[in-house]
Design a protein around this ligand. Sequence first.
Ligand SMILES: *Cc1c(COP(=O)(O)O)cnc(C)c1O
Length: 358
Amino acid sequence: MTNRKHNFNAGPTVLPLTVLETVQAQMLNYNETGMSLIEMSHRTPVFDDVIVRAKQSISELYQVPDTHEVMFLQGGAALQFAMIPLNFGNGGAYIDTGVWSSRAIEEAQIQGDTKVVFSGKSDQYRSLPTADSIGAMGQGVPFLHYTSNNTIYGTQFHYTPDTNVPLICDMSSDFISRPVDVSKYDLIYAGAQKNAGPSGVTILIINKTVSRQFTGRSDVPKIMRYETQAKKDSMYNTPNTFGIWVVGMVADWVLSLGGLADMAERNQRKADLLYGTLDSLDAYNAVAEKSARSHMNVTFKMATVEAEKVVLAEAERRGIVGIRGHRSVGGLRASIYNAVEYSDVEALCQLLTDMQHT
Ligand SMILES: *Cc1c(COP(=O)(O)O)cnc(C)c1O
């Protein structure tokens, strides 16, 4: 396959080629069943095996303890913004580190008061709170919510917030990119389309004390309760069978490369190469504060929008796609998720080096 682009899209985006090849090979006749996986009922032993194995692979990657379980829902990360206060209660504390955090806060505020305990807004979300400032943030609240990787601004937490209230994290854009101690969280959630699969499936790792017994208001719709989906093994309504299949294969691909620690090392090497190149060339300025730099989304700027346009045009010519910054912040951004190869980043760095005098 030689005509694939160097794909730096923010999401949906590049998936491991071997996974796509398996999808292609199995699309018409899944495991000799005589039909496609997307043509069969979700209530079959065949699909049951797919969902059970997908859960197992994610559990194995994160070494999910018995206290927690993996679920596959729909509605994206965005539906979780609403489900969190419905299930954990109103009055949660939020760390606001960008667009997605703000969206989570906005949604929670419809239901009741929230406490915004940190906001990076005044420095255009270039920085994150320090680890030792977190402890005081979640006193007497039902939960503390944060976004581990800020897809649009290019910042990433490089520590787990230490708190004594239930910790909730939107890991949409760095899910399965590095090891995480799941036991420290009551809920981790991620829209799959950044790092883990196609759009249309949301992966949750949730504490069973939350998922196995709903304790919220009686007017919460059944479908909005974690308990409903947990007790039906993520099949209260028809799940995204295709998406779950692909997520399982992506998780297996990460396992085959050695697991999350190896994936983190691989991602670190790519990030070091790209940030190193940006730092060494006067033409480019990395946007995020150094200690908060994301290993997933690298944001940078040039002196003028015109210069950026010239670079974007040359990128296009070289088959390098997806490096235009998010429409809300401008500049340039390269998303270097798990499935982006070191050689893709090398091609990007070559472009940046060649174009530094534009
Ligand atoms: C993309 C993204 C979202 C939105 O995900 P949907 O699946 O579209 O709801 C939320 N949070 C983060 C961190 C993201 O990167």
